[in-house]
Design a protein around this ligand. Structure first.
Ligand code: MOS
Length: 743
């Protein structure tokens, strides 16, 4: 085998992904890959105007085109009951009404779906879609944030009020100050798998949907509410999801259109967004302009901070995220003033994208800390340690666990931070300027509710089921690992089934909380199963009637008496002895009420080495070390992959990704992979991920915290700081492209 691709000498220390083989061999089926009997194909037509109303729409030519079965527009669309009852699934958790697809003739953004063409092949549907002609009454559109900040008004309300801790302007009177404005463009999720919905109506009141979703239960709820169906009338499947960084957290209008379309033609229907449609129909990270100011004493102690974030939302929904939260949380600073403004523009609604809020807010904060470190002539890590928050600076609560100091040390040691020459522009490799930079990431550690079915079968296999989906982190693998450890079963004897809304309800995969939430249910289920096994073991002559879970060890599929391990019996034989075909349980797990006394966060520290070419301005990421406090690491290999994936996304955000809208027309300029750049293999060095790996004793019984978001949060700042160290130039505008390095 070619060693370039299969480095078989590297030992695999940990459990491989349980679904890895299915994914790489193509056996795994994704939402667009169900070839149902009589399948039809839906293609959406987008508005070519940005703001206004549809005056007329001509669908005749398209309807007469070969293979076309139906064209749906606002003129003939079925009324969606949920739209009228205010249960619009498009509403998500934002203010406003959400986009009610084909409900009226109002155009809110360029590319908004105005028609769904359904045909017997994808090609015919695509061709017919090109024949739809619409006329518009156009209004003047506004899509520029910088323009809105000059002439427009941000939304008002409690969450947008100035939030002052201590004294408002304390930073201004400090001995040493930094103050600057940072900008960040729109970033787009762009998972490999396009958003896709396949729908089959099984009866008037029953529909089956294969959907790219991070939450099969939440999608089920959305479709139930939209179409007025019962829970048993909506089956949602998402066995495999080809990446999702937040874009699959909501049920978007195109999915509603697909369900509508399948009903209209009375046949199954598949609707796959095109890559250009992925830029405007499934959310994005909002553009942001942020001002930050920090004042410190000459010993590095922070005196005061000010952080004002300005970001965009759509005119029909107010999407909010915690952009300034990290500034209030990360450092022990008595005086902090934050303000968050969002401006409604004629764009589609943004949504959560990996590290939502903090990924944006960490860029100015962690760059400003670096700038302050130079101004004070203190090492950037030392500066952070001098302002270490031992308790939550917002409310004084203790942390459920915090090993950020350990993460600083672990990362610095592995990276070789001590080899860094403190002054900028001092390090070189050949003709390249070398820079070292670091930053911190932080994200709340959450745990929600989950239910789980667990069956220990007669052959000693454990099968677990929960209605969750795995958008990439390796959820089934982590759950198999937890259960295998807890039950004393080889991993090959444990199966975790997901992606099916008829399973007991699991959480939506978001906010880095799946392992903490579902892992707790798995851990609880294993305790229940062990109790039941001990109970069943009483029927065997090997053990006495007073045997209990506490008096037994559970190792390699056997129960062994702790006091005399010559007395042992396999799980298979325990079941036989008790005449049980299987042990079946349902386990529920919720929040730990004790958590109200604590603050809970995960932490990451990113170390980056860049090479900057002085003639071309090219920035290369030469090395990355990421160290994290994410609690107990359940599955080392998938955890490391999760961190590495975050770094890849971080490299994109730091150096390449920039969504461009032409404000003259309100239209996307680069909604394709030729013009919107994401990192490729050549852009990504070997990424090293390390974990403090100490349990959080409060959040959940597994001791894990989250890591999906911290993998990315702060990364752009580490790159910008490294570029400064290499060149002496502060670039405060993402992405850091050669023109900015040279300019
Ligand atoms: Mo993540 S933004 O919670 O998918």
């Amino acid at each position: 085998m070619d060693k370039l691709f299969f480095d078989t000498d590297t030992p695999i220390a940990d459990l491989d992904r349980v679904d890895g083989k299915a994914k790489v061999t193509g056996a795994a089926k994704y939402s667009a890959e169900y070839d149902l009997q009589g399948l039809t194909y839906g293609v959406l037509v987008g508005s070519t105007t940005t703001k206004g109303t549809i005056a007329a729409i001509d669908t005749k030519t398209a309807e007469r085109a070969p293979g076309v079965l139906a064209v749906i527009t606002h003129l003939n669309a079925q009324k969606i009951p949920g739209y009228d009852e205010g249960k619009n699934p498009a509403k998500g958790q934002t203010g406003g009404k959400g986009l009610r697809i084909f409900n009226d003739n109002i155009i809110h953004f360029n590319g908004q779906p105005i028609a769904l063409v359904i045909a017997d092949t994808f090609e015919r549907a695509t061709y017919a879609a090109s024949l739809i002609k619409a006329q518009y009454n156009k209004d003047e559109q506004h899509t520029s944030l910088s323009e809105a900040m000059k002439t427009g008004n941000p939304l008002e309300g409690d969450r947008y009020k100035e939030n002052i801790r201590g004294e408002k302007d304390a930073w201004k009177s400090a001995a040493v100050k930094v103050e600057a404005t940072y900008t960040m463009p729109i970033q787009v999720h762009n998972p490999m798998e396009l958003h896709a919905t396949t729908v089959r109506w099984d009866a008037d009141d029953k529909v089956t949907v294969w959907e790219k979703t991070q939450g099969v239960k939440s999608t089920q709820q959305s479709i139930m509410q939209a179409f007025g169906l019962e829970e048993k009338g909506v089956q949602v499947n998402a066995q495999f999801v080809g990446g999702g960084f937040g874009s699959a957290l909501r049920t978007w209008p195109h999915a509603i259109a697909a369900v509508m379309g399948a009903k209209k033609v009375g046949r199954p229907l598949k609707l796959v967004l095109t890559r250009p449609q992925m830029f405007m129909m499934v959310g994005y990270r909002p553009e942001a302009v942020q001002k930050i100011a920090i004042g410190a004493n000459s010993d590095g102690k922070l005196v005061g901070m000010m952080h004002e974030a300005n970001a965009i939302t759509s005119t029909y929904e107010s999407f909010n995220e915690g952009v300034v939260g990290m500034t209030r949380q990360l450092y022990a600073c008595p005086n902090v003033t934050t303000k968050y403004n969002i401006y409604p523009l004629d764009v589609s609604t943004p949504t959560w994208m990996r590290g939502p809020g903090e990924a944006t807010g960490s860029f100015p904060l962690e760059c400003a800390l670096d700038e302050l470190a130079y101004a004070l002539n203190i090492d950037p890590i030392e500066l952070r340690k001098r302002n270490y928050a031992e308790t939550d600076p917002e409310n004084g609560k203790p942390y459920s666990s915090k090993f950020l100091k350990e993460a600083y040390e672990l990362g610095a040691d592995k990276f070789g931070w001590k080899d860094r020459t403190p002054q900028p522009k001092m390090m070189k490799e050949g003709e390249w300027q070398v820079g070292y930079g670091m930053s911190t990431g932080i994200f709340g550690a959450f745990r929600g509710e989950a239910k789980l079915a667990a069956k220990l079968l007669a052959d000693g296999t454990l099968v677990m089921q929960s209605a969750v989906s795995d958008s990439g982190p390796g959820t089934a693998t982590a759950m198999v690992k937890i259960a295998s450890d807890a039950m004393g079963l080889p991993t090959g004897k444990v199966r975790f089934e997901l992606g099916d809304s008829s399973f007991p309800p699991g959480p939506t995969q978001g906010g880095s909380s799946t392992t903490a939430t579902l892992g707790a249910a798995v851990s609880g289920a294993c305790v229940t199963l062990k109790k039941k096994l001990a109970e069943a073991a009483k029927s065997s002559s090997v053990f006495g009637a007073d045997v209990s879970m506490e008096s037994l060890n559970f190792i390699k599929g056997e129960v062994l008496l702790k006091s005399d391990d010559s007395k042992h019996l396999s799980y298979v034989d325990v079941l036989k002895a008790a005449n049980l075909p299987a042990i079946e349980i349902t386990e529920a797990s919720g929040r730990n009420p004790e958590m109200q006394n604590y603050s809970a966060y995960s932490y990451s520290v990113h170390f980056v080495k860049v090479l900057v070419h002085p003639l071309t301005g090219v920035v290369r990421i030469a090395r990355v070390v990421t160290a994290a406090d994410a609690g107990t690491i359940v599955s080392e290999k998938t955890a490391a992959s999760q961190m590495k994936g975050g770094v890849v996304g971080g490299i994109g955000g730091a150096l390449m990704e920039e969504g461009v809208i032409d404000h003259r027309y309100g239209r996307w300029v680069n909604n394709n992979f030729a013009d919107y750049h994401v990192p490729v293999h050549a852009d990504v060095p070997d990424v090293e991920a390390y974990f403090v790996n100490k349990p959080d004793p409060v959040l959940n019984p597994v001791g894990s915290k989250g890591m999906g978001e911290i993998a990315l949060i702060g990364f752009a700042a580490a790159v910008a700081n490294a570029v400064y160290h290499a060149t002496g130039k502060r670039i405060r505008e993402l992405p850091i492209t050669p023109d900015k390095v040279l300019g």
